[in-house]
Design a protein around this ligand. Structure first.
Ligand code: AMP
Ligand code: FE
Ligand code: FE
Ligand code: ZN
Length: 294
């Protein structure tokens, strides 16, 4: 079983449509894929419809990656990404928070685009026109590549779009304690994404992870392309000690990032534990009877 529990579509900052994402998951030999766009469930319906062309053995997990704020190792606030799986999309408290976050994303991206447009030839409205449902810095990065300001999305992130850049604008993310509670109340399972990816910036304090485990956190994403081996060892030990589910995932973003679908995967036991813990939404199966197409 090949299980990838963290991928993005163009409902947020990936480049594949949700249908393409499902088709690629099938053709690349995955048995389970989770769609986890930033702060939106907008890709769910299209991904679900694409199951018409997926084999019955294939499964889709509906999820999301929520933008949160936790306590950093130095005691100061730090951005944290929290994966949320199989929650009820109709839960009104959680749905309202997603709307608030997406509005925050649009105004923040507009502000950054206006800042950059003062020095470089980009059009802020054209940047926003690229956004599907959930605006992110990769949309601005793509505009900068097209305008010839930088050669690649990653180059855009190195300086112009980094948190240290004079063009950077912060957004108000959800306090992670509240997010964990919100996801649980909606019947979902929460998993902290890439918690030890130092290349992305400062890290979440280990003792905050311990506190969250007591407050209903479901798991830790251990195998992730941005995690060096020693950090995977650390997270594995932490998960075992705290009784948390261990996941592995690619964090696929289509052409916006290098990692391929299935670059890291989740063990079947862990996947089963995650599904058993969820009560907000079901895992969906492929509906095509065609055989031998994989
Ligand atoms: P935002 O959600 O607007 O704060 O933008 C953060 C998103 O940008 C992350 O979720 C990644 O998908 C993407 N990202 C961050 N760093 C890089 C990078 N170096 N290269 C490509 N994409 C990146
Ligand atoms: Fe992203
Ligand atoms: Fe993330
Ligand atoms: Zn992600």
């Amino acid at each position: 079983m090949r299980i990838d529990l963290h991928t993005h579509s163009d409902a947020s900052d990936g480049t594949d449509t949700p249908a393409e994402l499902v088709a690629k998951a099938v053709s690349s030999g995955l048995d389970v894929v989770a769609i986890t766009d930033h702060d939106t469930t907008a890709g769910w319906a299209e991904a679900q419809a694409a199951l018409d062309d997926a084999p019955t053995s294939f499964r889709l997990v509906r999820g999301m990656e929520m933008s949160c704020e936790g306590r950093g190792e130095d005691g100061d606030p730090v951005p944290v990404h929290l994966l949320a799986y199989l929650f009820d999309p109709a839960d009104s408290t959680f749905a309202a928070e997603r709307i608030r976050q997406r509005e925050e994303r649009v105004s923040r991206l507009r502000a950054m685009a206006i800042n950059i447009a003062a020095d470089y030839p980009i059009d802020p409205e054209e940047v926003l026109a690229r956004v599907g449902t959930s605006a992110g810095r990769p949309h601005l990065a793509a505009a900068l590549v097209e305008a010839g300001v930088v050669d690649s999305v990653s180059e855009a992130f190195e300086e112009l779009l980094s948190r240290k850049s004079k063009y950077f604008v912060n957004k108000q993310d959800a306090p992670i304690d509240e997010a964990v509670a919100m996801i649980a109340a909606a019947g979902g399972v929460s998993v902290i994404a890439h918690a030890r990816a130092r290349m992305r910036g400062r890290l979440l304090a280990i003792d905050h992870i311990e506190e969250l485990a007591e407050r209903g956190l479901g798991g830790l994403e251990v195998d992730h392309p941005d995690h060096p081996e020693d950090e995977r060892v650390l997270l594995n030990g932490l998960a075992r000690r705290l009784g948390l589910i261990v996941t592995g995932s690619s964090d696929y973003h289509g052409d916006h990032k290098e990692q391929a679908l299935g670059a890291c995967t989740t063990d079947l036991d862990a996947f089963d534990a995650l599904v058993a813990r969820a009560s907000g939404a079901a895992v969906l199966h492929g509906r095509s009877d065609a055989r031998g197409e994989r």
